[in-house]
Ligand binder design. Sequence first.
Ligand code: PLP
Length: 359
Amino acid sequence: YTYNFNAGPSALPPEVLQEAQAEFLNFQGIGASILEISHRSKHYETIHQEAQQRIKQMLALSSEYEVLFLQGGASAQFSMLPINFLTKGKTAGYINSGAWSEKAWKEAQKIGEAVVLASGKDKQFQQLPNLQVQNIPEELVYIHFASNETIGGIQYKTYPKVGDIPLVADMSSDIMSRPFDASQFSLIYAGAQKNLGPAGVTIVIVHRSLLDSIPESTPDMLNYAVQAANQSLFNTPPVFSVYMMNLVLKWIEQHGGLEGMAARNQQKADILYEVIDSSDGFYKGLAHKDSRSIMNITFGTESSEKEKKLLLELEQAGFIGLKGHRAAGHLRASIYNAVPYEHCKALAEFLVDFQRRNA
Ligand code: PLP
């Protein structure tokens, strides 16, 4: 295939894959692969610290934040977050904007009291829900939301304002895709496998002020404070995923940093939404215009027969990963950082041509 629009794991920058390939057998001339040496070696520790440093720098994090590399994906964070903070008698607030934030809320309910503050369910998760500030109870331990709903293709442009309540975001599908002010967050988490590298490492950015309140009875591996005190080297970390993530972060720096990513991603999204909007209804964007994601473009065609034909022809022409998630159906083009503009342009041209042949 030629064009990869998978939702995750997804395309990686070819330069990064080449760099990893070149030093796969013999890392920095040590005569062994990075996969074969101790996570306590200075070679691995340097990579680990470089990756942490790059994240701190890219997001201009103050020294009040810890950057952790954990395992279990974003799904493990759905549980770890309430295990650490949603202690007996406390309540957490959840914004339900789609399949992923709903999963996070359901997991939290297994641990303690978790209430939905706003929901987009009645709009089939095609539009961001409206959070009414006056409806937020004061004593919440945190408010959780997902910055980009990967399945529905809706994304926050500005984040919910929640006063003094700690704000927590699942940024799995749009982290490092644009600049944002990280200081408004108490905790951010993201699986790496969309914008940052291979699956296996989950980054967690947590404000130190939260760490003091974690009950000592919390199992070590699931305790943010223990992980922070051990610089995420409490046990063997996913060394290859961290190594790859470090290379991807370096690639982002070399391509204009977050500003560069934002410009590139906006341009890619624009060319695809433009085809959808100027198709006289042949294509339909699934997300409401004011909530559209620039990472996951969800759309359908006039009929399910045409949609099947389109998907088949796309695959034959080398475009992969465009089938929508089973929960949303239709089509989805995931255009994370590593997807080049030229691939989006090729897809846009294919869609225009398909319409010409099938309208
Ligand atoms: N949150 C969001 C927004 C996602 O897109 C995904 C996966 O696609 C997840 C959470 C779950 O991630 P993981 O597979 O790393 O557990």
